[in-house]
Design a protein around this ligand. Structure first.
Ligand code: SF4
Length: 420
């Protein structure tokens, strides 16, 4: 049986002569200094406007004084699915994950270079008005969200709920409060809960408490694939407090407390790592018993990396496919081959098997914590969180035949015709 060794393929050779997001290119801007009177949500705190129900971002009003645990923000897709906002989503009826984000007037105190929520934006935009993974996040009382879902949790469109912590002195305590408010009325067996953690402020006791309160999966947004990229985009390089070692400390504690298949890490592809480096990390997570959830780098408007190129689709598709093979098809990093620039040249699987995985399309869907369809289909579909609908990176739905033809072109893996 022929292997999926692609180096003989002329189409692939011309593709690998192209570019990818190299480390030297993916240098964030340095954050500007915020005037003291605009720091820590001072405008919102001093105006102290009382919130009233749902707050829709960017409506030319001063954001009211909203904070967790009474308030959280939720993705536009989740707000539409809940019926709090009306909008049409391109080729999607709903999202299967209710993503909740803690909120404070001072916002996140970290400064991650790729993130729209980062601290350096405080002079420009109130926290509740900042875009995050390409979309607006309305702020809604937690009680209102729980009320809606609790009416009929068993038939809810949501297969999972996720609390995203941010870097704030109150976020550990308030995550506990939001989780308690949810589990008091919604059985976590009916709609399981994930925690997207903020290791910088967390201890072992925090991880244990979340597990005891009913959280199902614990993930760490490592985001950067290597220590150097981590430091440059989330640490000292941008005056941000995060440390690679602390993230790994909490990840390993989560492994111990939550157990195999119940922990994982987020990785953003295209921030300067090679494909080889990204997949070495994926294999390390697999070997630990965890999963990796991939995001395609997109230059978020207002972030310190908004001048940089989105990940080329060929780079993204190769890593997306390889990660799926490692997470769900038992292929190991050592079976794969790479060129001198670290790009995949061989997925380590016989061509017929590789074709079958590509044609199934699941490898190209958004990756994340599982829902109720199958283990390898994420509840967290994040519609258009890492690309515009015109050039989809992570498919929030099952790719159709046309999508798959485009994916194959991006991969440089044409269909082998039977008459050849
Ligand atoms: S900690 Fe998370 S929310 Fe805060 S700036 Fe970094 S990526 Fe954004």
């Amino acid at each position: 049986m022929s292997c999926s060794k692609l180096q003989g393929d002329a189409e692939l050779q011309s593709r690998t002569a192209g570019e990818f997001n190299r480390f030297e290119v993916m240098q964030p801007r340095f954050p500007m200094r915020t005037p003291p009177e605009q720091r820590n949500g001072a405008r919102v705190k001093s105006a102290d406007v009382a919130p009233s129900g749902v707050y829709l971002p960017n409506n030319n009003m001063l954001a009211p004084h909203m904070r967790s645990p009474e308030y959280v923000q939720l993705s536009t897709a989740a707000a539409v699915t809940l019926g709090i906002m009306s909008a049409r989503m391109h080729r999607c009826e709903c999202t299967r994950c209710l993503n909740l984000l803690l909120t404070y007037p001072a916002g996140c105190r970290a400064n991650c270079a790729y993130c729209g929520l980062a601290r350096h934006r405080e002079a420009e935009r109130d926290y509740a008005d900042r875009n995050f993974i390409r979309v607006d996040w309305p702020a809604v009382p937690v009680e209102q969200i729980v009320d809606i879902v609790a009416r009929d949790a068993a038939n809810s469109p949501f297969h999972r709920m996720c609390i995203s912590m941010i870097t704030h002195p109150r976020s550990d305590a308030d995550t506990v409060q939001v989780l308690r408010a949810w589990t008091a009325r919604i059985d976590p067996q009916t709609i399981p809960v994930s925690i997207l953690s903020n290791p910088t402020t967390m201890s072992r006791e925090d991880v244990v408490r979340l597990k005891e309160l009913g959280a199902d999966i614990f993930t760490v947004a490592l985001d950067a694939a290597t220590p150097a990229i981590f430091d440059r985009t989330r640490g000292k390089g941008v005056q941000s407090p995060h440390k690679w070692e602390k993230y790994w400390e909490i990840l390993l504690i989560a492994r111990e407390i939550f157990g195999a298949q119940k922990f994982g890490a987020h990785i953003i592809i295209g921030m300067g790592e090679t494909e080889r480096e990204a997949l070495e990390l994926v294999q390390r997570l697999v070997d630990l018993g965890g999963h990796s959830h991939l995001f395609c780098f997109f230059p978020e408007k207002g972030s310190l990396m908004d001048h940089l190129p989105a990940t080329p689709r060929d780079q993204w598709r190769r890593v997306q496919l390889a990660r799926y093979l490692m997470d769900y098809a038992g292929v190991r990093f050592e079976q794969m081959r790479f060129d001198e620039a670290g790009r995949i040249t061989d997925f380590g699987l016989p061509r017929a098997q590789l074709d079958a995985v590509i044609d199934a399309g699941i490898a190209f869907r958004t990756s994340g914590c599982p829902g109720k369809f199958r283990e390898d289909i994420s509840a967290c579909d994040r519609p258009y969180g890492d690309s515009p609908p015109s050039d989809i990176a992570s498919f929030p739905f099952q790719p159709d035949a046309r999508d798959l033809r485009r994916i194959r072109r991006q991969l440089g893996i044409p269909v082998i015709r039977a008459d050849k």
